[in-house]
Design a protein around this ligand. Sequence first.
Ligand SMILES: Cc1ncc(COP(=O)(O)O)c(C=O)c1O
Length: 395
Amino acid sequence: MLDKLEPLPADTILGLAAACRADPNPDKVDLTVGIYMDEHGVCPVFDAVRQAQRDLIAQETTKAYMPPAGDEAFNRGMQRLVLGEDSAVLRDGRVGSVQAPGGCGALRIGAEIIYAASRDARVWVSDPTWPVHFPLLGSVGLSFETYRYYNPASHGVDFDGMVEDLKHAVPGDVVLLHGCCHNPCGADLSLEQWGVIADMAQQQGFTPFIDIAYQGLGDGLDQDAAGLRLLVERLPEVIIAASCSKNMGLYRERAGLAMFICRNEANAQALVSQALVAARRIYSMPPAHGALLAGRVLADDELALSWRTELESMCVRINGLRRDLRQKLEASSGQDFGFIEREKGMFSFLGLTAKQTLRLRDEFSVYMLDSSRINVAGVNARNMDYLAAAVAAVL
Ligand SMILES: Cc1ncc(COP(=O)(O)O)c(C=O)c1O
């Protein structure tokens, strides 16, 4: 039976990362996978997480299953982190949440809920979006529409195009929005533009589904959630998938949270019960380790302060890399790269053709996606000059 199955190609991004690892060139530059890397090219463990882990190991008394909805401290801490300490929807009990295996697990639980509520729901995704959205949400049975988002010519959001396209979203449709640090383009909505989307959702009756995987890596924890909070404040229903992979460095631990902002408390509880049945059907119980660590960090003032400080330094470093890379690219190529400094988070398109990115790979061992999306956090003081010269050489 099993020998009928053919091998499938590796995931494009992971395949490129593997090719880079295998490249013997000592000057190689890996800008592929969306992982924060420090100045030494290492994806670090936060001090607060390390401390929480030491405490957890010393105190852990059981490996019995977690509660089905996950760790309470984690759920509470993440709700406040994403929605804000003084969130009215939290005060009113309008939020239901379940811990999920990473942001991907939360996206999948959100999709299951959408499908349970409306089998015909169409999910509107930005063009472009993170490619994993398609299999994650599509395999539940949901169909997709796309809305214009990134304009490669202006290197910014095509907001008029976005609004024009979303005018066709109807009640029962879902609009998937990147909470901040858009993956892959790094171009985010202004608060004013979030306000326009809120008006449209109010008037047209579609439901926002917000994927927030980079909170704290754009401008700061509260600033990065401002658009999301505006929607939550104004709309009766919002679905949120939050991830701790990047902003707590818990990638492999799979810590995420699916949140449902509902019309009332009873509805929020109903959705939690639905989400638990969906989870039971897919992976049964949430994983413990990452959420227990994040829950401890968020609940302890000292650990939370240490984590926030370290995250802030990462955010400052990314924005500094953006500024320096812009200068180096402009100096080496004589072209305008101002958009790199304007964009937010870990990703930007360099604006190269697929052919140029292939030359970068073949001739310079500089690895980025064919779309020329780079992981800005893969740049450092040692490789920046080499990278800027290589890009100028293929332009
Ligand atoms: C846009 C976006 N959403 C969600 C995720 C979820 O990540 P994870 O499942 O590792 O928490 C990622 C990770 O790269 C992402 O880029």
